[in-house]
Design a protein around this ligand. Structure first.
Ligand SMILES: Cc1cc2nc3c(=O)[nH]c(=O)nc-3n(C[C@H](O)[C@H](O)[C@H](O)COP(=O)(O)O)c2cc1C
Length: 303
């Protein structure tokens, strides 16, 4: 079975060391063939937001991204072929680096058909590793998980390391190396199980029953929502602890399962169709904004 490792930190940096520990430990369980991709080896262009991909939902067509001159096709193929995926990244400004987010933005351009097909496949096992140089790490795992969920991977384990900012710093912490090995074994074991038997094995159960994150949005009157999964529930004080009684229907319709994902695409399609029946006058109204100043840009000499 193929286990893909995806990294985007320094060469032989902390996130790479921990990812390789995980991959090696997974391979040692037998029957697993690890592969490592470093995102900085790839050309990944920014999504420009043209929405050719989502436009195809209502207008027909493949919905694939119009950008064909970078390595997203390579990644798409690798994501299709693997049986498990571990991503590992440093923390930049509380979240994963821009290159990870840029890659994630481009998943929509894989096309609605590809994404729906991915959601018709059985779930595959995933693991996520994040390494920060301090404790400013709050958005890292949630945002890394988002990429995994969009491709229908079940994150069976996740690790947030902190205070390891210098190159190779994690090598001074045997516990971190061992924890990464555990993650590798957890992902390997899950890969060998039927999807319904894959369980979350992370150390922190978190608040959200799906992504196991601890971020909560306040929706008023004791109602909270997981910002990643959009499940709502009622916040309750349980002695000194807080707990949430999650809405069962939200869990059933969660966007990371085929039913919820299908409904999401259907809603977008309906809004698009409504737009096309009522978009009179937009072209004319845009003239006002077109006329307002030109873009400021740096002047450049020949490269
Ligand atoms: C631009 C930049 C921003 C960073 N922001 C954070 C941060 O918000 N929180 C944090 O804990 N570490 C932050 N760091 C430190 C890195 O996460 C840390 O050095 C990590 O070990 C790098 O991983 P690597 O060795 O795999 O490259 C930042 C580093 C850089 C270069």
């Amino acid at each position: 079975m193929k286990l893909l490792g995806l990294g985007c930190g320094r060469r032989l940096g902390n996130s790479e060391i921990l990812l390789k520990e995980a991959l090696m430990a997974a391979e040692e369980t037998g029957g697993i063939d690890g592969e490592y991709i470093h995102l900085h080896d790839l050309k990944i262009k920014f999504c420009t937001g043209c929405e050719s991909c989502t436009m195809s939902l209502s207008k027909g067509g493949s919905g694939e991204c119009v950008i064909k001159t970078d390595d997203m096709g390579f990644l798409k193929q690798k994501f299709s072929e693997c049986d498990g995926l571990i991503t590992s990244a440093p923390v930049f400004e509380l979240r994963p680096p821009g290159i990870y987010c840029t890659m994630n933005d481009r998943f929509l351009g894989f096309g609605p058909q590809y994404l729906m097909d991915v959601f018709k496949r059985p779930k595959r096992a995933g693991g996520v590793i994040s390494v920060g140089g301090s404790d400013w790490v709050q958005l890292a795992l949630p945002q890394m998980n988002l990429a995994m969920f969009m491709l229908n991977f079940k994150v069976v384990d996740q690790i947030q390391e902190m205070w390891t900012g210098r190159p190779g710093h994690s090598l001074l912490h045997d516990d971190m190396l061992e924890r990464a090995q555990v993650l590798g074994r957890n992902v390997a074991d899950a890969m060998k199980k039927p999807p319904e038997e894959m369980k979350y094995l992370g150390e922190d159960p978190g608040m959200c029953p799906y992504c196991h994150g601890n971020l909560l949005l306040s929706r008023g009157e004791h109602v909270v929502e997981c910002p990643i999964c959009a499940i709502r529930g009622e916040l309750k004080a349980d002695g000194p602890e807080l707990r949430v009684d999650w809405n069962e229907e939200d869990i059933r319709m969660i966007k990371w399962e085929p039913r919820g994902m299908g409904e999401h695409f259907q809603h977008i399609k309906e809004r698009h169709e409504l737009f096309y029946t009522k978009n009179d006058g937009i072209k004319q109204k845009l003239e006002k904004y077109k006329a307002y100043k030109t873009y400021s840009k740096p002047t450049r000499g020949p490269e």
